[in-house]
Design a protein around this ligand. Structure first.
Ligand SMILES: [Fe+2]
Length: 148
């Protein structure tokens, strides 16, 4: 149970840090494709923020307190903090790389949830995996060069 709780707290912190980075990029992206990037980053952070409340309440359901402060999130998250403002293309690449980290943590937690017979939690984690798969598709498609 403790391992499952810790794993879920890491998922929560990863989701929160990922959403914050996407929102940071939504605010600060610049360049000729501003509107496209601003919109994509906006869609992503809104979707991910929309998931954190449910994940935090799942931590409570497991009998633990949910981390809810910047210091706790920065202790728990595996996502690197973003202070500098990257180029638009680099923002996309960073979110692609971070998506792999978020997905790894979701899959680890899913296996623990299944092992403990917590199908409600594994169902939520499967939904989070599908949501990030979709974000990854949109991000990687943005990086592709158009064929002539
Ligand atoms: Fe906005």
């Amino acid at each position: 149970m403790d391992e499952l709780v810790q794993s879920l707290k890491t998922v929560l912190a990863n989701e929160y840090a990922f959403a914050l980075k996407a929102q940071n990029f939504h605010w600060n992206v610049e360049g000729p494709d501003f509107k496209q990037y601003h919109g994509l980053f906006g869609d992503i952070y809104e979707e991910v923020y929309g998931s954190v409340d449910t994940i935090a309440e799942r931590v409570r359901t497991l009998g633990a307190y949910a981390p809810g402060s910047f210091s706790r999130f920065s202790q728990l998250t595996e996502i690197e903090d973003q202070v500098e403002i990257p180029t638009a293309k680099s923002m996309i690449q960073k979110l692609v790389d971070d998506t792999s980290i978020v997905l790894d943590s979701i899959i680890r937690c899913y296996e623990l949830a299944e092992a403990s017979g917590n199908h409600g939690l594994s169902n939520l984690l499967a939904e989070r995996q599908a949501a990030h798969d979709k974000h990854l598709w949109m991000l990687t498609s943005t990086l592709k060069i158009n064929r002539a």
